[in-house]
Design a protein around this ligand. Sequence first.
Ligand SMILES: Cc1cc2nc3c(=O)[nH]c(=O)nc-3n(C[C@H](O)[C@H](O)[C@H](O)COP(=O)(O)O)c2cc1C
Length: 208
Amino acid sequence: MKHIILVAALAAASVGLAETIKLPAPDKDSGVSVIQALKGRHSERAFCGKDIPVELLSGVLWAANGFNRPDKRTNATALNLQTITVYVCMKSGAYRYDAKANELVKVCDKDLRPAIAAHQPYAAAAPVSLLITADVSGPAYKDKRSTLTHYDAGIVSGNIYLYCAANGLVTVCRGSMDRDALKKALNLGDKIILHLNHPVGYPLETKK
Ligand SMILES: Cc1cc2nc3c(=O)[nH]c(=O)nc-3n(C[C@H](O)[C@H](O)[C@H](O)COP(=O)(O)O)c2cc1C
């Protein structure tokens, strides 16, 4: 794996809302076996703050809800509606993960990690927080079927845990966050549900 760190990629990109970060192709041969990842999966709440390589950011996003077939994803999704969108919150701002283009599209200039952390400040120490959202504006979500997206979000969360466990990263699935602040900052309407978030980084004891 190349040691290009995320901060370098961001420094190379132009500043401002138009900024789009092209991610490297995810390495689909990285990590330990699924069994080993299941053995190591756990929630971690102490992050060292060190940036993660952009290759690993690309990998964890692909694992979360990237495309593993031309039109289908790494996560199962009820009725194949594919309503999940993952946002990436970092010091430099917040970005929407465009899985098809393998890009991060900037949607906010502010560091939203404190709003993600809300009443649990430990979460703001992670260099990256992934926000799992669902769009329930489509006609399929009439009659309270939007609950289906809760299950989709849970599967995305499981994928993030396993990728992290397989690739030396740590994370925790969180339902806590300041949803009002995040919705406002990300300009998300009533039909977007903020389900879960995942601070992702290296554990506190990592010195590398
Ligand atoms: C839907 C869901 C919401 C959670 N919300 C939080 C949270 O807001 N804050 C937190 O610190 N952990 C949260 N957790 C993590 C759980 O506390 C954790 O999974 C549990 O203690 C078991 O530990 P383990 O993941 O290491 O097995 C959440 C987990 C799930 C599945």
